[in-house]
Design a protein around this ligand. Structure first.
Ligand SMILES: *[C@@H]1O[C@H](CO)[C@@H](O)[C@H](O)[C@H]1NC(C)=O
Ligand SMILES: *[C@@H]1O[C@H](CO)[C@@H](O)[C@H](O)[C@H]1NC(C)=O
Ligand SMILES: *[C@@H]1O[C@H](CO)[C@@H](O)[C@H](O)[C@H]1NC(C)=O
Length: 424
């Protein structure tokens, strides 16, 4: 990126403050419903074949030197040209071949502002990780039900989330180290938690004994865990203090097992590759995997939200397969500490293995009573983030946000047709 003319800077600044077009403005409960967005269009320019990758990279446990929110504030905003570069992408097929597709972006400037302030960068005091706020969802009664059932394991050691009947969103670093594809990518597989347990193994009274109990499924479980945690803390923001409820952190009854499905193709934005977007690499740590066969499991929609910290609880949720609890799905929620247009910092407890998890929030759809969960980010993982540009680093848990533009790109990857991707 060279010097950027002022008018482009101004244009981009305006564009980045993209806004929700809600039906009615300024009504209090409207602020708590999913906004509707008109998103830009991502169109394919052309696709060219590339040489097959070497598949020689090794998985990284932790990323360091990430240019985070503070560091990115000093960078010029990318121009439309830059954005088109960063969102152009590589596809790797099951047979090991690779293509490069350049894209164009349309209608960035048609995304207009409608009243709501979307920028938010008020600084909060740094929060410590404090108590471990993770819950193992070991009971299949819950882990194989929505929303937990949307979480999948990636064979390279990460997590991911189903965002269509057969597409998984994960982190780019789970597939590619910036220079090459990981050695496991040629035989990439995705594990979905199996509903049926093997018969006769510790299944005493299964079914019969539980008849009297109310079966609430995953949704009820998620809300119950959250409520329990809030009671313990007496704090709706979920901040560190308060009583620990460790004893109930693990809901155990039989280890889950996976059904593995092969990945047909993998797409990664060029912005992730070394030397392309420089300080903005962290913004492009996402990838889409298309499965060979659609598992019969619900998926979660993608969503775009202007500011999470301005929501009532400002709370995000995600579930993944943390390394320290092998084979178990681990659920957690927490408040966002800092957000920019492209990144989220939070101190949700998370271990390697949960990278790539889908970060979601719950809001109501206008006029509806029930929660609607949507994926608003991808968990990148614990990272050492450059804060001052002078080598000073701080550790954060970083997630990549789904911006309107990224929504458009991912939607295009999933549908192969940008006309289906005009409203988020
Ligand atoms: C693959 O490895 C060879 C030799 O190590 C190197 O010359 C080549 O550039 C690599 N190709 C890719 C696509 O990384
Ligand atoms: C590999 O798979 C892709 C997509 O299915 C196909 O277009 C391409 O021709 C295949 N290449 C080889 C060498 O089989
Ligand atoms: C938007 O933010 C500005 C200052 O940043 C404030 O003066 C204004 O009242 C806000 N508008 C709304 C609708 O919240």
């Amino acid at each position: 990126m060279g010097p950027i003319p002022l008018y482009i800077l101004l244009l981009v600044t305006v564009l980045t403050v993209v806004v929700a077009v809600t039906t009615e403005e300024n009504r209090v409960d409207d602020q708590y419903t999913w906004p509707q967005w008109k998103v830009p269009l991502v169109r394919k320019r052309r696709t060219v074949p590339l040489s097959s990758p070497n598949f020689s990279a090794h998985p990284q446990q932790e990323l360091s030197g990430t240019c985070g929110i503070e560091c990115q504030r000093r960078l010029p905003s990318p121009s439309l040209n830059d954005l088109e570069q960063f969102l152009s992408y590589e596809t790797v097929y099951e047979n090991g071949t690779r293509t490069y597709t350049s894209i164009s972006v349309h209608g960035l400037n048609e995304v207009t502002i409608r009243s709501k302030n979307t920028s938010s960068s008020s600084r909060h005091k740094r929060e410590l990780y404090g108590t471990d706020t993770r819950f193992t969802i070991a009971d299949k009664q819950y882990s194989t039900k929505y929303p937990f059932s949307t979480s999948v394991k990636i064979s390279t050691g990460c997590s991911g989330v189903l965002v269509s009947p057969k597409h998984v969103l994960t982190a780019a670093h789970c597939i590619h180290d910036g220079k090459d594809y990981l050695d496991g990518v040629q035989k990439l597989r995705v594990g979905i938690l199996k509903e049926k347990s093997r018969r006769g193994k510790g299944g005493k009274g299964r079914g019969g004994k539980e008849k009297g109990k109310r079966r609430k499924g995953g949704r009820g479980k998620e809300e119950a865990l959250e409520k329990e945690e809030n009671v313990g803390k007496g704090d709706t923001k979920g901040r560190g203090k308060g009583k620990k409820i460790r004893s109930r952190r693990s809901v155990d009854s039989g280890k889950p097992s996976f059904k593995w499905t092969r990945v047909k193709q993998t797409q990664i934005p060029k912005g992730w590759f070394k030397g392309v977007s420089n300080g903005l690499t962290a913004d492009y740590d996402y990838a889409i995997l298309e499965l060979k066969r659609a598992p019969k499991v619900n998926y979660m929609d993608l969503g775009v939200i202007p500011s999470i910290k301005k929501l009532p609880a400002g709370r995000i949720h995600f579930s993944g397969f943390d390394d320290d609890r092998p084979g178990n799905l681990v659920y957690r929620f927490c408040s966002v500490s800092e957000e920019s247009k492209d990144l989220l910092y939070q101190y949700c407890d998370a271990k390697p293995g949960s990278s790539g998890s889908g970060v979601y929030i719950r809001l109501k759809e206008p006029g509806k009573k029930k929660w609607k969960r949507k994926i608003i980010g991808v968990f990148s993982g614990h990272q050492w983030v450059d804060v001052n540009g002078d080598g000073m680093q701080q550790d954060y848990n970083v997630a990549v946000r789904i911006t309107p533009l990224k929504y458009a790109q991912i939607c295009y990857w999933v549908h192969g047709d940008s006309s289906e991707c005009q409203v988020a």
